[in-house]
Design a protein around this ligand. Structure first.
Ligand SMILES: Nc1nc2c(ncn2[C@@H]2O[C@H](COP(=O)(O)OP(=O)(O)O)[C@@H](O)[C@H]2O)c(=O)[nH]1
Ligand SMILES: [Mg+2]
Length: 448
């Protein structure tokens, strides 16, 4: 028998209401101890309807409140659930929770309500994660992807792939067990194309870049030698005076980040220390942070000063950039031109435009570049890093299976298909270690 858990389900701070949620076999008994309905004959409270009354701790009234119960199995956790709505103040909500704990409930851990919903079989693991993704979504793209997942897009996709994989496994088993009836060639000619289709379905539906964008937003690093206008560009793009701007080279030492939303996607811009040789230890540390940020970035805005001739530092910057989309911003285009564009060596795919940090309209090509980096297919079935990783593992196992099939090693094919099947079962949580489940729910908030 499980115990009964309680937590404040609303965000901390002041708000209109705060909700204390209870789940478990004692939920109703705890509610009876902490809730006095305005009409004493209201017991038992009607399921899923609000009842007005007073929240109490022993005999002491805490607040006016509304209470509602959701008898099992028609509740969030599929257990008996009760909720109390008090006024949304820190002291009120804390005291109402304390009263529930005194009445026999235990404080819930992070994500414990959702974990119960998963363990009681009401939702699969991918839907449980979708709830957290929906709560964490800061842009429209992330919200939509999380909602699709909550509606079962990942689960139904994995269900379809997995069913076809089972059918391939059955065909293979028949061939291994009855070699006189089905020849290896026959099996290979039928299984090959089917496994190939599964493999491409998996790799097409799992885009690691999209998954990263959805969970962490686009990371764009602004790089360049000192004084070319990196901090000015950051400020202009986010429309705020976030980074310090001066005419003194070496002003920016630490990483300064600013967020903006483009195309429903969060963009995290990082202004970095100007890259140059310096003896100043603080600046050196800033420069090594800048280099680390450049390596991790999804795309880079490389800034040059269009009013000055190209320097060796500029050339070293362009040569040393990582292999990712790059926008070369020729800043200070409002000043007389001093840079010979003919001397620039750009890699294929790099974009270039003359901009001026002080003229917002000139930044349109830069914004368009960033916006393009946030795009990806909106039909992806898998959008969480954990799912994408498992799907790619399954896809690799299918690649091995195809290779084994070409060599006629049917036993090996069978092992590879099993590996693929297990990787897929991790996504929905059908076959997943306790450790993975712990890790998934540890990221949840308390009260969800
Ligand atoms: N004329 C002009 N000056 C600029 C422009 N962008 C930045 N500056 C100036 O260049 C100097 C250095 O700017 P800052 O943003 O601190 O450069 P950072 O060292 O690369 O971060 C400051 O005096 C800015 O006002 C621009 O587009 N045009
Ligand atoms: Mg700066």
């Amino acid at each position: 028998m499980r115990d009964t858990i309680a937590a404040i389900a609303t965000a901390p701070g002041e708000g209109g209401i705060a909700i204390i949620r209870l789940s478990g076999p004692e939920a109703e008994r705890v509610l009876e101890r902490v809730f006095r309905p305005a009409r004493p004959d209201a017991w038992p409270l009607p399921p899923r309807l609000m009842t007005y009354g007073t929240c109490v701790d022993g005999d002491e009234p805490i607040d006016e409140c509304l209470a509602v119960r959701f008898p099992a199995p028609h509740s969030y956790t599929a257990e008996d659930v009760a909720e109390i709505q008090v006024h949304g103040g820190q002291a009120v909500a804390q005291r109402a929770l304390l009263s529930c704990l005194r009445a026999g409930a235990r404080l819930a851990g992070p994500g414990e309500f959702t974990r119960r919903a998963f363990e009681n079989g009401r939702i699969d693991l991918s839907r449980a994660e979708a709830i957290m993704a929906l709560i964490a979504a800061r842009g429209e793209q992330s919200r939509k992807a999380a909602l699709r997942q909550l509606k079962g897009s990942a689960a139904s996709f994995i269900g379809r792939v997995s069913a076809e994989l089972y059918s391939c496994q059955a065909a293979l088993a028949a061939c291994i067990d009855y070699p006189e009836e089905i020849s290896e060639e026959e099996a290979a000619s039928d299984l090959g194309p089917r496994l190939e289709r599964l493999r491409s379905a998996l790799s097409e539906s799992a885009d690691p870049r999209a998954a990263r964008l959805l969970s962490g937003g686009l990371r764009a690093a602004i790089a360049g030698r000192p004084n070319v206008g990196k901090s000015s560009l950051l400020n202009a793009l986010i429309g705020e005076n976030r980074a310090i701007v001066t005419a003194i080279p070496g002003t920016t030492r630490d990483l300064v980040t600013g967020e903006l939303s483009l195309n429903g996607c969060e963009v995290r811009l990082t202004d970095t220390a100007g890259l140059r040789d310096t003896a100043d230890p603080v600046e050196q540390e800033g420069i090594s942070r800048a280099r680390a940020e450049l390596k991790d970035a999804d795309c880079v805005i490389a800034v040059l000063d269009a009013s000055m001739p190209l320097t060796d530092e500029d050339k070293a910057l362009l040569e040393g950039l990582p292999d990712c989309p790059v926008f070369v911003a020729l800043n200070k285009a409002d000043l007389p031109a001093g840079l010979d564009e003919g001397l620039l060596t750009l890699r294929p795919g790099w974009e270039l435009a003359r901009v001026c940090a002080h003229q917002p309209d000139s930044l349109a090509p830069l914004r368009a570049f960033l916006e393009r980096q946030t795009r990806f297919s909106d039909r992806l079935s898998l959008t969480q890093p954990r799912h994408v990783e498992a799907a790619l593992r399954a896809s690799n196992a299918l690649k091995d299976a195809l290779e084994a099939l070409r060599q006629g090693a049917l036993d090996l094919v069978s092992v590879d298909l099993q590996t693929a099947q297990s990787a897929l079962a991790e996504i929905t949580g059908e076959d997943v270690s306790e450790e993975v489940i712990d890790r998934v729910f540890a990221e949840f908030c308390v009260g969800k």
